[in-house]
Design a protein. Structure first.
Length: 233
């Protein structure tokens, strides 16, 4: 309470000094030369005191002063910056979701086209077994391409799931942070730091997913060309 009382008293003094600096030039004084110099001195004195006190309170150890003069602006800007980073990441992840979905659709269309080629060559060359199909160069290449594209689709499914989870978490935290931002003026330092830390954690968690896709296929998990042939037929 002492801190608050000191802060209030000093701010009242500052306001009084600023008020005095405004009215000093309009006060009548005797003696032209001494009157002018006295007004100037009084004006500068009250102006310096009136402006120095708020600055002092803003950079001193007076906690209340910091909150009113400096704290709110700095902390509000800090959280606003974090919320903006959160929104930017949410937009990038949403765009990445669209890219992944389009890429999956392209691979699916490509697989359908390759399967059509295989069926055409199967009828054209009267191929009925995988042993015969493996001897046909185009069918063999098509099966290998299907094998690779299916592996990519499987990996993209994992990426899509992670992106969906990320966008949902970011959307929740984004709305929560926007609501908390309205309350930042009455939040204490611990609450502000906790909110900023929570946002940072989520950003660091999903920031790598907003960059270039890195798809690593496990060769041992690939469906064999023979299995693909049997499935197609």
């Amino acid at each position: 309470m002492l801190d608050i009382a000191v802060f209030v008293v000093l701010m009242l003094i500052a306001a009084f000094c600023l008020f005095c600096s405004i009215i000093v030039p309009f006060i009548d004084s005797r003696g032209e030369e001494y009157g002018r110099s006295g007004k100037v001195i009084a004006f500068l004195f009250f102006l310096i005191i009136g402006t120095a006190l708020p600055i002092f309170l803003g950079f001193s150890r007076c906690d209340t002063g910091k909150k009113v003069v400096k704290w709110q602006f700095g902390q509000e800007a800090k959280i606003e910056k974090k919320v903006k980073e959160l929104n930017d990441l949410y937009i990038r992840l949403s765009q990445k979701q669209t890219e992944v979905a389009n890429l999956q659709a392209d691979y699916q269309r490509s697989i359908k086209a390759l399967e059509k080629e295989i069926h055409q060559d199967k009828r054209k060359y009267n191929i009925s077994t995988y042993a015969q199909a493996s001897q046909n160069s185009r069918i063999s290449y098509d099966l290998s391409l299907i094998q690779r594209k299916q592996a990519y689709i499987t990996k993209l499914d994992e990426v899509a799931q992670r992106l969906q989870t990320g966008t949902l978490e970011l959307e929740f935290l984004r709305r929560q942070s926007e609501d908390d931002l309205k309350m930042v003026k009455v939040m204490d330092k611990e609450q502000i730091d906790q909110l900023a830390g929570q946002i940072n954690t989520v950003i660091e968690k999903y920031l790598p997913d907003s960059g270039k896709l890195v798809i690593q296929v496990d060769e041992n998990s690939l469906e064999s060309p023979e299995q693909i042939w049997q499935r197609i037929n």
